[in-house]
Design a protein around this ligand. Sequence first.
Ligand code: NAI
Ligand code: MG
Length: 345
Amino acid sequence: QSLRIGLIPADGIGKEVIPAAKAAILALGSDIPNPQFVDLAAGWETFTRTGVALPQETVDILRQECDCALFGSVSSPSRKVVGYSSPIVALRKELDLYANIRPVVSVLVGEKPSVDLIVVRENTECLYVKQEVQTVGEHGKEARATRLITERASRRIGQMAFELANARPRKLLTIIHKSNVLSVTDGLFRETVRSVPTLPGVNGKYDQVTISEQLVDSAVYRLFREPEIFDVLVAPNLYGDILSDAAAALVGSLGLIPSINAGDNFVMGEPVHGSAPDIEGKGIANPIASIRSAALMLRHLGYTKGADRLDTAVDQVIREGKVLTPDLKGTSTTNEVLEAVLRIL
Ligand code: NAI
Ligand code: MG
């Protein structure tokens, strides 16, 4: 028996940090029996070379030959490019990876250990259905985007969030929305998540979970002032994207924050950060987000011991504070941080 892991470094620092995650998994030895890695293409560079950002072959191999995957980051242009569409957004949809789970925990020395939360982001709809049109109206150009919220997607992300909250000591779930303005779309999200405990089959399972809610703007405010009040946050796609980058700032760097994209049949680990063009090619990208993403992915698949070992090693390197990349005010390189993790493993 072996674990088959698709590797999609994609663009920019993705190509620098995904190999580090692979090396860390290999260092787990017999905790992960015989891992097999499959290199797969996707991203902006793939698009400029072949005309497609997400080759069908990549999707087919992930579906047919892989148990899980690790994705790096893509360099999506901010302008409209004909024929280009973000491969990560497409992959989440193709593989029905409906939950984006993003734990944010502070471990840096000298920092209040006050942040210990999980952002549970709906991963398939909201404004990310990317149905945008531009027309010309009476006063010039007009652009419109569809924001799709369905009961089905809200329910399953709600169920995932209740499960996660129920498994944590504080059992606190905060629903993030803006129903005071968007009462139809965010209203449906809020109502549907709130109704999860009353679904058939739940039978009081979530009785211990305390449900609260917070409008998205004030949620960001409170996140910065009193992050300790949050435990599990569940949010529609766009709010979840923004909140998790904001939470990353609280614990020192985006380069620390892992995620998994999880569905019922597949899981893909992915650092929360992007391709970081400002530091690309310098060998100083923080590999910790990717190593932690590998840990989250392994934990999701039941490889608890291997996942624990990765997290413990990374936490130790951060706490010692001697080998850190520049985003954490250190002077070390990607490889030096990886070496430090490997030594502990
Ligand atoms: P970014 O996350 O790439 O970078 C934001 C800031 O954080 C930069 O200063 C960067 O140097 C720093 N940073 C990020 N990861 C780091 C790491 N591992 N170590 C050290 N520093 C790190 O966000 P930005 O600049 O807004 O986007 C750049 C590109 O990435 C864009 O083309 C965007 O579309 C893409 N992107 C892709 C994502 C994905 O593949 N899932 C997610 C977010 C952005
Ligand atoms: Mg993001």
